[in-house]
Design a protein around this ligand. Structure first.
Ligand SMILES: Nc1ncnc2c1ncn2[C@@H]1O[C@H](COP(=O)(O)OP(=O)(O)OP(=O)(O)O)[C@@H](O)[C@H]1O
Length: 311
């Protein structure tokens, strides 16, 4: 892999789903249309958009749950459709880990935290099957995610949502992941503990040189964690580039609409579009003009691009 080769690259990816049209008729629904982006080690890309825009479908394609209809997904420069066979897929899934929105659902209530961390260590050959060595490694992992070593003996129900999300992060470190797909990892947590989990993700990114795909509907947290942002709407990326550029100089009406909806008074994103059209009052119109697929892209700055409206 060249030093500047992205850890993951989506190239013009299309994903169609077949849906029942009734009476032996099938309809095709295009969930992703011409999606391209790159993720680099030690950096985060935020994929931002409302529910149903296709964010999780991107993650499911990357984890090989779905196959793309068209286009390519490259991991360390290699097309992931060529990753076949049990061992190869297992190795790939070790390198590409997911952290889900629901920290409750991703841990088995019948097992201790020790089990949750020792199992992937053994499964992926990351530690010798030796009681003392495993215990030491599990405690190290807990320390890395700022949890006390005694957490190992607890069950998931004894932990808070934020602590459980930290255990999920420790699982990604246990297997030595290169890329983390974090799908709304803080949206089910209390606002007061979100920042701690985001700070930990920042630290993991820098200290362990992990690449992050941070999936969110929330521009404020994207701003906090991601160097780059791609704004999605109805299966298309409408604007992308350096996060500060996209947020401080938004070009696409849908990005401006998202910014106008940021409620946090401390994050004065709304000032960015002051004097412009009242985006909240024109939401319906903006969504309708942003829906059509367009192939025309304008470069706004060195790393800032906007898709032109169709027609
Ligand atoms: N297996 C499937 N079959 C048919 N349609 C699907 C399937 N999976 C997803 N979709 C549709 O594709 C679109 C994108 O879904 P996706 O889950 O990627 O959105 P999202 O942006 O992640 O939303 P959310 O934040 O609610 O998870 C939606 O309209 C969804 O209904």
């Amino acid at each position: 892999m060249q030093p500047d080769t992205p850890i993951l690259e989506m190239r013009n990816v299309v994903k169609d789903f077949t849906t029942g049209g009734g009476f032996a008729k099938t309809d095709i629904f295009r969930a992703l249309n011409d999606i391209s982006f790159s993720i680099h080690k030690g950096r985060a890309l935020a994929l931002v958009g409302e529910s149903g825009c296709g964010k999780s479908t991107c993650a499911r394609l990357i984890t090989k749950i779905y196959e793309p209809t068209n286009g390519q997904i490259l991991f360390r420069g290699k097309d992931i459709t060529e990753i076949k066979g049990r061992q190869e897929v297992l190795n790939y899934r070790k390198s590409v880990q997911m952290i889900f929105q629901d920290p409750f659902g991703s841990l088995n209530p019948t097992h201790t935290i020790y089990h949750h961390l020792a199992r992937p260590l053994l499964l992926h050959g990351m530690c010798e099957n030796n009681k003392v060595k495993l215990r030491t490694r599990v405690e190290e992992l807990l320390e890395m995610v700022e949890l006390p070593s005694l957490t190992a003996d607890k069950y998931p129900h004894e932990l808070s949502g934020g602590q459980r999300q930290r255990v999920n992060m420790a699982k990604t470190l246990a297997v030595g992941a290169d890329l983390v797909l974090a799908d709304e990892p803080t949206s089910m947590l209390d606002v007061s503990i979100r920042i701690g989990v985001l700070d930990l993700m920042q630290r993991m990114k820098k200290e362990f040189n992990l690449g992050f795909l941070y999936i969110t509907h929330d521009l404020a947290t994207a701003h906090y964690i991601a160097e780059e942002t791609a704004v999605m709407f109805k299966g298309q990326i409408v604007e992308w580039g350096d996060t500060t550029e996209v947020i401080n100089n938004p070009q696409h009406p849908y990005t401006k609409l998202l910014i106008s909806a940021v409620p946090d008074p401390d994050v004065r994103f709304a000032d960015v579009i002051k004097g412009d059209l009242d985006y909240s009052d024109n939401a319906h119109h903006i969504r309708s003009i942003s829906s059509a697929h367009s192939q025309q892209v304008k470069q706004v700055n060195h790393n800032h691009f906007v898709r032109q409206l169709a027609g």
